[in-house]
Design a protein around this ligand. Structure first.
Ligand code: GDP
Ligand code: MN
Length: 399
């Protein structure tokens, strides 16, 4: 689960991490009020969406030479104007994709005078099963680009959970960022508090880009992107409460209500499959025949007809879906239950795209019979290979 920058900074602040003062606002009036509580004379107005690259992003509704989603402001007049241009408008960044994201909230922060910009992140390294630090002097810019062009400028190390954070980790960060004296001491404290915030909250990712040295010699986190392990949210009700569903994929939220494993993808073939392995194999074979899946969906082992109907509705409601492939191996899950679910859903929402169904296993004949008697325009398939070819052909191959 991801949260907004303003929420991330609040969490970090509570662990003693140095972040600028700021207040979130959903109206122009609130933005002006927020600024009134800050020292000035320079402020930063920042669009709050679950995507990075806001500074270089552009608003769909504004002219291309209008400023992006992170703006320096020097007066209340500026702040009001920036709030008016951001709130309700759609910000398109490298990370949002072309559709962009609507800005419903902004963050008004005290401005910092930047001496140097660095990159620092913590994430779980799955190879070592440890929390890793990724540090670079090349902050403020695209870290993927740095990794590609000048990988030697990125320093990484991981923390042994048995010892936790040690003074030498702080020294490693200070060295990587070429900090000494008081700034090295600040780096030490920062590394400790970030690691504590990360582990105490079961974070999955914590990215500070940029981490800055200000003109008055202070280390400060100017941006914060935080993601949490969703499986651990039950342990952190205060974090779970920070969830903003308007930032999430509506189809995935709907799927989670029915306990379906569903992930939206970019292709145009909707898939309904039981079992994660079979779902993976189905996606692979769709790709093999030259098309792309629109989703990953595992309806699970013990799905009811109601659950299957919900899954089918989520797939059909996606305008990108140009064809549907149902691929079920009936074991615990019975083929007749799947067939009933599909029929129920189609009766409710209709079927405007080709539907290929491959059923195998328990009660397969009954399942096929239910589909046949329903009068639905189902294209039957004998096996996975046949099913994939049929659905790819019926949507016209590649997207
Ligand atoms: P992002 O574009 O979504 O990653 O948003 P950031 O919070 O990283 O802001 C983008 C850029 O704006 C930063 O890399 C900084 O260069 C600049 N910026 C952000 N806050 C301040 C500030 O307080 N003072 C100054 N001078 N620049 C800032
Ligand atoms: Mn940033």
């Amino acid at each position: 689960m991801n949260i907004h920058e303003y929420q991330a900074k609040e969490v970090l602040r509570s662990f003693g991490v140095p972040v600028p003062q700021g207040f979130a606002a959903t109206t122009i009036e609130e933005a002006a009020e927020a600024a009134g509580k800050l020292p000035g004379p320079v402020y930063v107005v920042k669009a709050q969406i679950h995507a990075g690259g806001r500074g270089k992003g552009r608003f769909k509704e504004l002219s291309t030479d209008a400023k992006g989603g992170v703006r320096l402001a020097k007066s209340f007049v500026d702040i009001r104007a920036d709030a008016a241009e951001m709130l309700g408008n759609t910000l398109v960044t490298l990370q949002t994709g072309p559709a962009g994201k609507q800005v419903n909230r902004i963050y008004v922060e005290e401005g910092s005078e930047i001496e140097k910009e660095f990159y620092l992140s913590l994430l779980i390294d799955r190879v070592t099963s440890r929390v890793s630090f990724v540090v670079s002097t090349e902050g403020g810019m695209d870290i993927e680009q740095v990794a590609h062009d000048t990988p030697e400028k990125i320093v990484t190390f991981s923390i042994d959970p048995a010892t936790g954070i040690m003074p030498h980790h702080g020294r490693a960060v200070a060295k990587a960022l070429r900090l000494d004296g008081d700034l090295a001491k600040q780096a030490q404290a920062l590394v400790e508090s970030l690691y504590t915030a990360f582990t105490a909250n079961d974070m999955e990712m914590l990215e500070i880009n940029p981490l800055i040295v200000s003109k008055d010699g202070k280390l400060r986190c100017l941006d914060a992107k935080v993601g949490f392990d969703s499986n651990a949210l039950a342990r952190h009700p205060d974090i779970a409460a920070l969830r903003d569903e308007t930032e999430e994929d509506a189809k995935e939220i709907e799927a989670s209500k029915y306990d379906l494993s569903y992930v939206t993808l970019d292709g145009n073939i909707g898939c309904m499959v039981n079992g994660a392995g079979l779902a993976m194999a189905t996606m692979d074979i769709i790709k093999f025949y030259g098309a792309e899946p629109a989703n990953f969906l595992d309806v699970g082992g013990g799905a009811t007809a109601e659950k299957v109907a919900a899954a089918f509705k989520i797939i059909t409601a996606d305008p990108n879906v140009k064809g549907i492939l149902v691929n079920i191996f009936g074991g615990i899950m019975r083929c007749d239950v799947i067939a009933e679910g599909v029929v129920t859903a189609v009766k409710e929402v209709g079927l405007k795209v080709p539907l290929v169904v491959r059923l195998e296993g328990t009660n397969v004949e009954l399942g096929k019979q239910i589909l046949k008697q329903s009068g639905l325009n189902v294209i039957p398939a004998d096996d996975l290979d046949d099913a994939a070819q049929k659905i790819v052909n019926s949507v016209g191959g590649l997207n």
